[in-house]
Design a protein around this ligand. Structure first.
Ligand code: BG6
Length: 477
């Protein structure tokens, strides 16, 4: 027992958080490019007009655009079998609506893919990871509009045809279910409602988000079909943020509150993308919140025809649900719910729960019976550069070790697990706060929150540790 022989060990990044070169070689402006830096306590701001003198973390990020060769060589040294990255939509179609794609953008990803193959690293590509072209936000209010489906499909067709034969695994939308909550509106769907200034306090219109999700489901299903038509070897997956929830107590009221939360946050989007149909429990939710999903003839058939080949998810933390209104304030977890008294949290308040990963893998696999992959997991932490230049990140090793142990347990429980790509295998910009100080990597990047730093890379203690994990297929932890 243990991980399968061809288990895909690797790491994950997203274009807007690592590439930089935000306006280089014809790239257009994406939603992430108009977000300022922030912190755990101060929200990032969204500035449709860029402000002179303000720091925008995505503009340079860690300059992966010019340093991908050095970075992929380091991933190869760790023994990566897979590298999950995203294509920045605005490198290919700067405003989303050009008649022809931008050749320089396409060439860049050819180079990245070729560099992976040089080391026998399998690319795993997210098509849309928090990178909606900002022009589409301004013109259509992002995924709130149905126009987005065809615009997205054109982009998919371009990349599916271009990289045919060189890529096997695709994911349509990163953490699609993030849009079941307010913060996913701009981040994931490019929806910017009048009056929104802060990323964490968006003017929220749930009707638009859920309608936006319907458009994304149709777009994703069409993309799955299209991918299979273009190359029968393509495997297309969904990607969910799995926010494991427990009832705070065994009071049946808490259990029901937990089930309701799980339905909407954790199961709804996966149920549509894996089973190809809207789950019945959503009718009640839509009714309660006065949400009416507008569908066109044929949409439901499309959903059925475009079920994903595999299921992937991010896993960082868990939370608890309660029906007791008085307990509902004061939590620090991004995913909502209240704190679990049995768990400790990271410096950003994310509650650390390795066993929750085993539990979640079992729950997901029982439900869908298709191959699973953990495509994000990790500890965002402050790292200290020692006087000798080393980074002794034992806390990160502990976090990852404990999660890998639980993944192994899940495999022994019978879960079909394809691979594991810890998040931010190289330090990069935080999606929620825009910080560099929240580091996840095995590789340290000299880049700081005020924009300073020479961008040089150095291996952390966890680098050698993860190399050994991969070498022994998870036996030596
Ligand atoms: C996931 C996203 O939500 O979590 C990533 O897919 C993100 O883009 C990661 O970076 C970690 O979150 P954060 O806010 O610590 O960067």
């Amino acid at each position: 027992m243990g991980f399968k022989k061809d288990f895909l060990w690797g790491g994950a990044v997203a274009a807007n958080q690592c590439e930089g070169a935000w306006n280089v070689d014809g790239k257009g402006v994406s939603c992430s490019d108009v977000c300022t830096g922030g912190s755990h306590t101060t929200s990032k701001r969204i500035t449709p007009i860029l402000e002179e003198g303000t720091f925008y973390p995505s503009h340079e990020a860690i300059d992966f655009y010019h340093r991908y060769k050095e970075d992929i060589a380091l991933f190869a040294e760790m023994g990566f079998k897979v590298f999950r990255f995203s294509i920045n939509w605005t490198r290919i179609y700067p405003t989303g609506e050009e008649a022809q794609p931008n050749e320089k953008g396409l060439q860049f990803y050819d180079n990245v893919i070729d560099e992976c193959h040089k080391y026998n690293i399998e690319p795993l590509i997210t098509i849309s990871h928090y990178e909606v072209p900002f022009a589409l936000t301004q013109k259509y209010n992002g995924w709130a509009s149905r126009e987005m489906i065809d615009i997205f499909l054109k982009y998919c067709k371009t990349i599916f045809e271009r990289y045919k034969g060189k890529v096997k695994y695709w994911l349509t939308f990163n953490e699609i279910n993030g849009a079941t909550g307010a913060f996913g509106g701009f981040l994931s769907q490019g929806i910017l409602n009048e009056g929104t200034k802060d990323f964490m306090n968006q003017v929220d219109i749930p009707q638009l988000r859920f309608q936006g999700l319907h458009h994304q489901f149709v777009a994703s299903a069409k993309a799955v079909k299209l991918a299979h038509e273009i190359d029968e070897n393509y495997q297309v997956g969904c990607m969910q943020i799995f926010a494991t929830m427990y009832p705070l107590t065994c009071d049946p009221k808490d259990v029901i509150a937990c089930q309701e939360l799980n339905h909407v946050k954790n199961w709804f989007c996966g149920d549509v993308q894996v089973r190809g149909t809207y789950p019945a429990y959503m009718n009640r939710y839509f009714k309660k919140h006065n949400i009416v999903i507008k569908m066109e003839d044929g949409d439901l058939e499309i959903l059925k025809e475009g079920c994903v080949d595999f299921y992937t998810f991010s896993y960082y933390m868990s939370g608890c649900a309660t029906a007791d209104e008085t307990k509902k304030s004061g939590h620090g977890n991004l995913i909502g719910g209240v704190n679990n008294p049995y768990l400790k949290a990271s410096d950003w308040g994310w509650q650390i729960d390795p066993e929750g990963l085993r539990y979640s893998l079992n729950e997901i696999y029982d439900r869908y019976q298709i191959p699973l992959m953990v495509v994000e997991n990790g500890l965002g932490a402050y790292d200290k550069l020692e006087d000798d230049g080393s980074i002794q990140d034992d806390y990160r090793i502990d976090y990852l070790r404990e999660h890998i142990v639980q993944m192994k347990e899940a495999v022994e429980d019978g879960v079909d697990l394809m691979g594991y790509t810890p998040w931010g295998c190289i330090d990069l910009v935080s999606a929620s706060t825009g910080e560099m100080a929240k580091r996840y990597g095995f590789i340290y990047v000299e880049k700081y929150d005020d924009g300073s730093g020479d961008l040089s890379r150095r291996k952390k203690k966890s680098f050698e540790w993860y190399k050994k994990v991969i070498e022994t297929n998870g036996e030596v932890l």
